[in-house]
Design a protein around this ligand. Structure first.
Ligand SMILES: [Zn+2]
Length: 310
């Protein structure tokens, strides 16, 4: 009787130890990587045809960190700005758009040089109606109008044809590889004559971050002719290469910073020491993709080169 009791006690003790070690591993092992040294040299860019743009994600939050990112982005004087979503925390309400977005990026929005994508937070009020009313997406001269809506759309800037997707799961035209939206993408990419085809949206198809991979967005992008994919949602920066296609996650635009989980296969660079934004320079044959932290008003963290846009 006593012996059996001791055995049970020991088993319980063992279970407790196992559980505690699991917690310890999960919450203390640091998967956050210092980035690899930058070895890529900047190629000569044809200034006549080149465009330069910034990528910000998960930024829509009236705060010092959002201000620091905006200061960095505006100091670059990019030709235009694209977003990987969550433009207006916490609920995408019309009342917060001015303080969260317009005070930082109002000039670019008014100029039609701001191209947002829909995040989950943008949709929490009236199914994203404040977002759709506020951003002049269909009024932009660059917009081709091929999608006939503002939830997903495409536009051309210099040598790049951009395809902006709505990755929120309740979207009317669907957000899976078999959806109406995906059929639109496949058709429009096939018809595009630009040197580069770039796609971006909120939920990352592959991510080592807290949210992890959004498997419904794992579409056959490479097969359809896409050169690079940008997304956000996880509040970190990550560069991955999956089946030869580069994927970037950038959610360090100002809301908060989160830790990484165990790095998934294909993850090459991970950064979450500070807020930041991406700066991309492209002509018809080279695309230089960089991530800069706001540290010291701009610190280059990662540089990746895509070649042969044609
Ligand atoms: Zn999100």
């Amino acid at each position: 009787m006593n012996k059996r009791h001791n055995k049970r006690k020991f088993l319980l003790f063992l279970l407790a130890v196992l559980f505690l070690s699991f917690c310890l591993i999960k919450y203390t092992v640091d998967f956050d990587n210092t980035p690899v040294p930058i070895t890529v040299n900047v190629p000569d860019i044809n200034q006549e045809t080149a465009v330069q743009f910034a990528v910000i994600g998960d930024f829509g939050w009236n705060s010092q960190s959002a201000q620091a990112v905006a200061d960095l982005v505006l100091s670059w004087q990019p030709d235009f700005i694209i977003t990987t979503g969550d433009n207006n925390y916490p609920d995408g309400s019309a009342e917060t758009l001015k303080a969260n977005v317009d005070q930082y990026y109002g000039d670019y929005i008014a100029d039609g040089r701001f191209f947002p994508s829909l995040g989950n937070h943008d949709g929490y009020t009236n199914d994203a109606q404040p977002y759709l009313d506020f951003f002049p997406i269909s009024e932009s001269k660059a917009n081709t109008g091929s999608s006939n809506n503002e939830r997903y759309y495409d536009f051309v800037q210099g040598p790049i044809h951009f395809f902006v997707l709505d990755s929120t799961t309740n979207t009317p035209d669907g957000a899976t590889a078999e959806s109406i939206q995906a059929q639109w993408l496949k058709t429009q990419v096939a018809a595009s004559s630009s040197p580069w085809q770039v796609v971006y949206f909120h939920h990352p198809p592959y991510s080592s971050g807290v949210h992890g991979s959004s498997d419904w967005m794992q579409w056959p992008f490479a097969q359809w002719g896409i050169d690079v994919v940008f997304s956000g949602h996880d509040h970190d920066y990550e560069r991955l290469v999956i089946n030869g296609l580069p994927y970037f996650v950038n959610g360090l635009g100002g809301r908060s910073i989160r830790r990484f989980n165990y790095p998934i296969l294909g993850s090459q660079v991970r950064f979450n020491d500070d807020y930041g934004a991406m700066l991309i320079t492209a002509d018809s044959s080279n695309m230089i993709v960089e991530f800069h932290a706001v540290t010291n008003r701009g610190t280059l963290i990662d540089r990746y080169l895509l070649t042969d846009g044609e």
